[in-house]
Design a protein around this ligand. Structure first.
Ligand code: NPG
Length: 371
């Protein structure tokens, strides 16, 4: 469907998290999020940039994303007529890296196309295999093991289907053991966010006894080769996250035996077009995928739901209820999770939720419109 992109508006919003979130690289208490509004024919499509506040998960951060969007990505798109949102990624393809920044615009254009067509976003991207998506939760590193066990108990009572716990050296084997002893039967996985090296292989091997569903991204963010070596030594499947930025990386990782599962994040791979390619490569190789999260506000959450309806999203993802992160979300209604730990996919046009524009206005600390 033809889209003439008239205007793109960037808004920086600040949103405090209801509870701090800690990974192996640090603690987040407040998110600084860029919302991207792309306008055509009086209709707006919305995107969210999933970069963190600091360049610790990958090289991007909120401020770098703002500059990339303003100075490079938007000027390549604005004022053009696209035959489809699928044209957007190639137009910004010459920008090295900075995929999360470019994705913020790309996903807004997919939402815009879906709204112009009066169709749900999931349909536009070729999804719809699942009408309900399976949800897990990601639980950060806590101040104590007791606190972690308490949190897991709450999330299981809420119905979530699997628990992902963050690990790092010093918060790994003993903590996983404590969780396993308490809940021998739950779907449990560990995420290391690149906190280890191959020299830690023996330590990671000790996690095999806890029959985890997977261990996510134990080694360096850009090292597929060492993951292949580690996977040979572990019984636990490795899931790659940070390492997989393109479908080509997915092909290479699978060919080398570096992972048996892939986490797909829209931002990390640059948007829907590449996410679908990663999905297809994994599906063809019999490698299951699931949708990762980046502490998104409602816009990003809604995009993740649409993505998760593609057929090879067969494992519970990190897409959970808005209220786990926000006292008030930027969309209405907020994302809600059933007692069975699922999210029902909505039928409305675009990503299927309304924007809470008054709230967005009240938390906007910077706004810039091009066009
Ligand atoms: O529910 O959105 C969520 C959080 C999911 O654990 C999650 N994200 O590495 O996957 C990750 C991790 C993350 C959190 C990464 C914060 C970067 C910052």
């Amino acid at each position: 469907m033809e889209i003439r992109v008239e205007r793109v508006i960037l808004r920086l919003v600040r949103m405090p998290l209801v509870h701090f979130f800690e990974t192996s690289f640090g603690r987040t208490t407040e998110r600084k999020i860029i919302l991207v509004e792309a306008v055509a024919g009086g209709v707006s499509g919305w995107g969210e940039v999933t970069a963190g506040e600091n360049p610790f998960y990958n090289e991007e951060w909120t401020e770098s994303a703002w500059m990339i969007l303003r100075d490079y990505a938007i000027p390549r798109i604005q004022g053009r007529t696209l035959q489809s949102a699928a044209d957007a990624a190639p137009l910004t393809g010459h920008i090295r890296g900075h995929r999360m920044a470019c994705a913020g615009l790309e996903v807004a254009l997919w939402d815009l196309e879906a709204r112009l067509a009066g169709e749900p976003l999931w349909k536009r991207i070729g999804g719809g295999a699942h009408k309900e998506i399976s949800c897990g939760v990601s639980i950060g590193i806590q101040n104590s093991v007791e606190q972690l066990l308490g949190k897991i108990e709450t999330e299981l009572a809420a119905g979530y289907q699997r628990i992902k716990m963050k690990i790092k050296p010093g918060w790994d084997v003993d903590v996983v053991r404590a969780v396993r002893e308490r809940w021998p039967g739950i779907k449990l996985m560990a995420d290391a966010n690149s906190a280890y090296t191959l020299a830690d292989a023996e330590r990671l091997k000790r996690l095999d006894e806890f029959y985890l569903m997977m261990i996510e991204q134990p080694l360096a963010h850009d090292d597929i080769i060492d993951h292949a070596e580690l996977q040979r030594r572990l019984d636990t499947p490795i899931c790659l996250d940070e390492c997989i930025r393109t479908a080509h990386h997915a092909e290479q990782a699978i060919r080398l035996g570096a992972c048996r599962i892939i986490n797909i994040k829209l931002g990390r791979v640059g948007g829907f077009a590449e996410a679908r390619r990663v999905h297809d490569v994994a599906q063809a190789a019999g490698v299951p995928v699931w949708c990762g999260g980046m502490l998104e506000a409602g816009v990003g959450r809604a995009h993740n739901i649409a993505l998760s309806t593609l057929p090879n999203f067969v494992l519970p993802g990190d897409v959970s209820a808005s209220k786990r992160y926000w006292s008030r979300d930027v969309i209405v209604p907020p994302v809600e999770v059933t007692q069975q730990g699922t999210i029902q996919v909505r039928e409305g046009a675009g990503f299927g939720y309304e924007l809470d524009l008054d709230f967005i206005r009240s938390i906007t600390v910077r706004e810039e419109a091009a066009g």
